[in-house]
Design a protein around this ligand. Structure first.
Ligand code: F6P
Length: 374
């Protein structure tokens, strides 16, 4: 049997800075071995479309490592097991299981392996395809949320934290000038990594994360404590998934049958309104949103992404297992799919949380007298 392989690469789910660096590094590492590399456009959708595949040669991946987005495109709604399909005369698409067709195409075109660069959703589709006779899959975890279980870090996170930190820095000057309270909402879904890290780096006065349900009164007390100390402005960083004790997560829209996860958003506005009521101060809120996913990946994310790409190719060359490449204690390893399922949330005793508390940053779970009496 020849060692020459033919591999597919796709990017699925929400984009994250660093996707192009993985595409480039996987392609170059594979070409160097004499393999053939083909990209799938828009998640898995390209495999169900006649023109959905694109040859990846040196020219195709030239000068892309520093670019955000993905040259392959991505999709949140292309699950081949539940594929949205238009039907004449019907306003809404219906779900059709096209997984068998997809598996058949990959096999009949002679592909040996599939590199799936994606988050929870895309990796679980890859895993399900494996149960249906798909070729070997090497998953590459990505998300700015940094919440994939089984890997110490995901690329995109460092860039998102830098963008959020810079935003907090900029907000400091205008917030202080107007002696206001500013509530900044950052992404992260059900994990508070971006909020806790950027909040700590940017010198926030309070950080709200999903892992620590808050009492809004404690945050108001922190703001009033600052007033007593002559600091007449405050910055609150809220993760989009944060919620008050006994309250609900703020949901912007519930999603639909093709994208079953709700879109979170609105917590900053709610918190700002409550803080205005409790402190009597003028408050403003803003949502950083997709700015956190746009633009060039940081050098740290690029390096991580480049390492993941070469590790995925090395895994295909070195063995016959499917799995996910993951960062473990500074080394990239291939781990079983099962180890990367589930959400990696911020531990309550995480170093960033402990440091923040020692700096007097409020999380909203403090005892009643904590900020009120000093
Ligand atoms: O998972 C990445 C992420 O950016 C989350 O932080 C956010 O909740 C979600 O994706 C937003 O999704 P969309 O790009 O579909 O609005």
């Amino acid at each position: 049997m020849s060692d020459k392989k033919k591999i597919l690469v796709n990017t699925g789910g929400g984009d994250a800075p660093g996707l192009n660096a993985v595409i480039r590094s996987a392609t170059l590492a594979a070409l160097q071995r004499g393999w053939e590399v083909v990209g799938v456009k828009h998640g898995y959708r390209g495999l169900l479309e006649p023109n959905g595949l694109i040859a990846l040669d040196r020219d195709a991946v030239r000068g892309i490592a520093h670019l955000g987005g993905t040259i392959l495109g991505t999709a949140n709604r292309g699950d081949p097991f539940h594929f949205p399909t238009a039907v004449a005369g019907q306003a809404k698409p219906i779900a059709v299981d096209r997984s068998a067709e997809l598996v058949e195409r990959v096999k009949s075109e002679g592909f040996d392996a599939f590199i799936a660069i994606g988050g929870d959703g895309s990796l679980s589709i890859a895993r399900k395809l494996l149960e249906h006779g798909f070729v070997r899959v090497i998953g590459v975890p990505k998300t700015i949320d940094n919440d994939v279980a089984g890997t110490d870090v995901t690329f995109g996170f460092d860039t998102a934290v830098q963008i959020a930190t810079e935003a907090i820095d900029r907000l400091h000057t205008t917030t202080e000038a107007h002696e206001r309270v500013m509530v900044v909402e950052v992404m992260g879904r059900h994990a508070g990594w971006i909020a806790a890290t950027a909040g700590l780096a940017g010198g926030a006065d309070a950080i709200l994360i999903p892992e620590i349900p808050f009492r809004i009164e404690r945050i108001a007390e922190k703001i009033l404590q600052r007033e007593r100390r002559g600091r007449r402005f405050s910055i609150v960083v809220a993760a989009e998934g944060a919620n008050a004790i006994g309250g609900d997560v703020s949901v912007k829209s519930e999603g639909d049958e093709f994208r079953r996860v709700p879109i979170l958003g609105g917590v900053a506005e709610r918190v700002a309104a409550e803080l205005a009521r409790l402190t009597g101060k003028e408050t403003r809120s803003l949502v950083l949103g997709h700015l956190q996913r746009g633009g060039h990946p940081s050098s740290m994310d690029r390096v991580l992404a480049l390492r993941f790409g070469t590790a995925a190719v090395a895994a295909i060359a070195d063995g016959d297992e499917s799995g996910v490449v993951a960062m473990r204690d500074g080394d990239v390893k291939l781990v079983p799919f099962g180890e990367t399922t589930g959400t990696r949330t911020v531990p309550l005793d995480a170093g960033i949380v402990r440091s923040a508390r020692q700096l007097g940053i409020a999380f909203g779970d403090e005892a009643e007298s904590h900020f009120a009496t000093s």
